[in-house]
Design a protein around this ligand. Sequence first.
Ligand SMILES: NC(=O)c1ccc[n+]([C@@H]2O[C@H](COP(=O)([O-])OP(=O)(O)OC[C@H]3O[C@@H](n4cnc5c(N)ncnc54)[C@H](OP(=O)(O)O)[C@@H]3O)[C@@H](O)[C@H]2O)c1
Length: 245
Amino acid sequence: MPTYVITGTNRGIGLELVRQLAQSPDNTIFAGVRDINSDIGDLKKAIMIGSGDNTRHIIECDVSSTDSINTFIDVIEKRCSGEKKIDYLINSAGVNIASTHDSLSLIPENVLKQVTINVLGPAQLTAGLLKKGLLSDDVKVLNFTSGLGSMARSAEQNPRKCAGYSISKAGLNMLSVHQAGDLRKELPRSVVALLDPGWVKTRMGGNGATLEVEDSVRDILKVLHGLKEEDNGEFFHHSGDKVPW
Ligand SMILES: NC(=O)c1ccc[n+]([C@@H]2O[C@H](COP(=O)([O-])OP(=O)(O)OC[C@H]3O[C@@H](n4cnc5c(N)ncnc54)[C@H](OP(=O)(O)O)[C@@H]3O)[C@@H](O)[C@H]2O)c1
């Protein structure tokens, strides 16, 4: 009876993760959305909430806000009521702002916003859930990064792309290396991994992307469910291959 927490689930990769995981009635899903009052019709359909069902939850979680993250954690704590722990935490919420700006034209407030959402969101959510004792002993934390967060991959690109986003995902990569060490001190069987979902047809990836979201998510779940203790701190491509740092 695994329990999943996923952020950014109203659309894109997060939504498809919920859709595929909801197929199994054994899965408990806590689906985070930035704004509960926005259009979350697709998510409601995907998560398949039945009457009296205690396994499917849609809860507001704006990962740019510490208060919103803390409220999200409090609601999860209440609904778990000491009986369930989180087996999988998937930090999917993310933004790519002003993607045409390069390192010579970037706007500091755009970069700060991306760091807040793409790095500090996963940092605070993971730490907050741990503090409340909500993570299982062998929790798997999956942080969605990008090839653009890889120093090696970015150095190969000409012209280089999405400077601010790339900087934020490189920051997420470093966060994950730290989390992999720090979480192990508290939960000796935990695994923190980074995953590049590929270039996916979502609002962020655009129509020109090479991967259908269904295919990317099928791969992502395969990698997630195959994670072993020795994968702690590793950087995976959705194909399961390792990505150079
Ligand atoms: N698509 C790709 O090609 C690609 C490639 C590499 C990595 N990734 C990564 O994969 C993850 C998912 O991307 P995607 O393609 O699904 O992007 P997307 O279609 O643009 O969806 C982004 C999701 O993040 C949510 N979000 C944005 N700001 C948030 C906030 N402050 N709090 C909570 N949720 C927030 C959005 O919610 P709202 O609709 O409410 O704003 C939306 O649900 C991201 O981390 C992205 O960087 C994607």
